[in-house]
Write a new protein. Sequence first.
Length: 287
Amino acid sequence: MTQPHPMFEPARAPREQQRQRVLMCAPDDFDVRYVINPWMEHQIGRTTHSLARDQWQNLRALVAQSAEVELVPPAAGLPDMVFAANAGFVLGDIAVVSRFRAEERRPEEPLFRAFFAARGFQIAPWPEAIPFEGAGDALIDRGADVVWCGHGMRSADEAPATLETIIGRRVIGLRLVDPRFYHLDTCFCPLAGGWLMYYPPAFDAASRAAIEKIVPPGKRLEIDEADAMRFACNAVDLAESVAMNDASPQLQKRLRDAGFAPVLAPLSEFMKAGGAAKCLTLKLSER
Ligand code: ARG
């Protein structure tokens, strides 16, 4: 039998069903009140609340163009809860709730757990003694069937193997070596079609080799230190755009040449806490 003409192919699922779901948490109590990464040094009490709110709303509107935004209520006294990427790691209907390295963020754990449970996710058990900071460190590749897991700064060295056992998918550990890039999502961004934007010096040699083994040279967008410091890698890959705090014109052009549509969403207030676009979001619909 001949293949049906594309015109007669069954209709795609309604747009609503295909739309991604993205979790965010409003910055009601966001500020820098302690120092747990180098970006927070000398920034205590220095964020401007109204600007943070405007920047967050702007990012939310951008995400809402391509995805359903879900909100978890912020809690007073938890200034970093706005960084929803650290709620946990989601795959299908399984959620692995983060186990924060810093005491300051541990009270977020039950709140994120309650959110996942209320949304019908199965909560996977995670050993308390092993720090793991969710989608800040565990990122699904968009080409190969692997999950990348940063470790050595926040998530423990045992985190990649533990995650692999739980999700039953190949997890490749990547050792982070530059404290400015303390979460994998600050220096490494898998993009649709198997592309990867990353800052190689943030990794040890073995990890760089592991990346090069999986991602073909033509799909590797290696960025320089200046773009890394703008948190260009901390980007949200959406259906219609790639949202990021900032990127040089050269990097934006390279992204456009690769078929992406970079959109800048300035997030200066959140950079003071060591986070930007990707940190403020968590994709909830992952297969
Ligand atoms: N101040 C927060 C922390 O140090 C920032 C978290 C950024 N999140 C991320 N996914 N990179 O934990």
